[in-house]
Design a protein. Sequence first.
Length: 191
Amino acid sequence: MKRIVMLAGLLAIVQFGVGLATCEAANLGGLFGRKSEAHKARSLHRKVEAAVTRFKEEDPGIQKFFDKSVAYVVFPNVVKAGIGFGGAMGKGEVIQDGKVIGTSTMTQATVGFQFGGQAYIEILFIDDENTLLDFKRGSFEFGAQVSAVALTVGASDNATFDQGIAIFTMERGGLMYEATVGGQVFSFQNK
């Protein structure tokens, strides 16, 4: 059943791909061209650095999470779409002690009342070594009850870690009725 829901969500992403391409933030051009793995890695790293800069400019208080976390994961462009069934996906970097230690792919399938598409940045801050080890095992998953803090000035002031994770998102573009991080599944690949 989980695979059927995931496939339906991914189909929804494909169906809305053309519409999402018109969103200022969606960058789907790379899906249609062949690029070397090294070029893709450099491009992802530049996007990760830009996303971190944007988060720090939007809310300087977020620095305490960068300082306090044992690691963090930056997804600079998560694309989400759905009508009833939906899905999201994004690729990011895992950073520990200021160094990229690997990459992560996030997928999400959702069922329920939802309509539209959006693109957003997501950063997961990992509070402790045990949670990082769980994440690095490659099949880390959020339950439906997990929520994220939408980053605005001062949003980080009252945010805390929950079960070893703090999640922040920032909209890049699009409009979607429904926004959740519950049900996200993360893979991890060592660098």
